[in-house]
Write a protein that binds this ligand. Structure first.
Ligand code: AVJ
Length: 331
């Protein structure tokens, strides 16, 4: 519905659907989260320009195994995935930087480019625009339609008049709770037709210390990333969180099979959130829960996929089984 067209020429178009809802969403989400007895802020608010940059930096950290493991799997599976796909749209949900699509386009080869359109969907307009423009230079003939949107609410704004390959990588699905994972897969399934495929990345269960190290890097980039959510709230809602009054906390919750990230107050601190008319007293050691990152078993994925009306057509994994790409189709 009536997106704002940010850029348009014969090879690239960027549309933003965000303005329509962003403000009312963040007001609703932060009001609910900070008034709750256990405070939380939804993890999607990490990703402003700086947050997206910090996340890219995390992806290159020695402790953060998911990205390089997923890339190694993608490198081997891309030729198989692209083999029969020579005409249609490649939709990437939560696209961020552009190196994953590059693996697919490289595997497709130059002769297929003119039949393909890449549709990245991301909340960060700058990250999306920069990544898209760079792609056009590397892949002549490719067309790009960038959609600045929250893919959990704007899926219907993604065109679906052509055959498509959707991908949702990086185990972003792990940020959702169980109910939301099923709801979201069903939603995507609803946009698919026979012959479409949906590639989903899952970070798998593995020794706890490996997982915990990935979210407690030595250089403290994950800590900066975590605290960036406070800067986003400060800017968007005219608040005065002092990031230095909070410590980064990340641990594996065994019962729920997920990494939890929190910000823990290191002193008593007060926060005014002008746009919400809210003044908060946060006591020392009180926490704000900022992210869950679930880790999966193969059975867990099977179960989820089945409940969502989809089938696992192919399963790609690394030798250690640390990360998996599931290629899904309609059941
Ligand atoms: C982008 C959601 C997959 O959960 O590992 C990285 C985000 N958080 N370090 C993840 C993240 C802390 C990442 N996802």
């Amino acid at each position: 519905m009536h997106p704002e067209v940010i850029k348009k020429d014969h090879r690239i178009e960027i549309r933003s659907h965000l303005d329509r809802t962003f403000r009312s969403e963040i007001i609703k989400d932060v009001t609910a989260g900070l008034n709750a007895s256990k405070k939380y802020i939804p993890s999607k608010y990490f990703y402003d320009e700086r947050g997206s940059q910090l996340f890219e930096e995390i992806c290159g950290l020695p402790e953060y195994y998911p990205t390089r493991t997923e890339m190694s799997i993608l490198k081997l599976s891309a030729p198989i995935i692209m083999k029969s796909f020579d005409n249609g749209d490649i939709v990437e949900l939560g696209s961020g930087a552009n190196w994953k699509i590059r693996m697919l386009l490289d595997a497709a080869g130059p002769s297929k480019l003119s039949g393909l359109r890449y549709i990245p969907v991301d909340v960060s307009e700058t990250a999306l625009t920069e990544a898209a423009e760079e792609l056009l230079k590397i892949y002549p003939g490719l067309k790009v339609l960038g959609i600045v949107a929250d893919f959990t609410i704007h899926l219907e704004d993604v065109p679906d008049d052509r055959r498509k390959l959707i991908f949702f990588l990086g185990s972003t699905i792990g940020n959702f709770d169980e109910q939301m994972r099923e709801t979201f897969l069903k939603l995507v399934a609803g946009t698919m037709t026979e012959g479409d495929s949906f590639l989903v990345g899952f970070d798998m269960l593995k020794p706890e210390r490996t997982i915990e190290a990935a979210y407690n890097d030595k250089r403290g980039i994950t800590s900066e990333f975590n605290k960036n959510i406070l800067r986003v709230i400060n800017r968007e809602l005219h608040a005065d969180f002092k990031p230095s009054h909070f410590d980064h906390v990340a641990f594996f919750n065994r019962d729920r099979e997920r990494i939890e990230m929190h910000l823990r107050a290191n002193r008593n601190t007060t926060v005014n959130i002008d746009d919400l008319n809210l003044a908060l007293n946060i006591v020392k050691d009180e926490t704000i829960h900022t992210e869950n990152s679930h880790k999966f078993s193969r059975d867990g994925v099977r179960h989820l996929v089945k409940k969502s009306g989809l089938d696992i057509r192919n399963w790609y994994s690394d030798d250690k089984g640390w990360f998996s790409l599931a290629e899904l189709s309609l059941a």
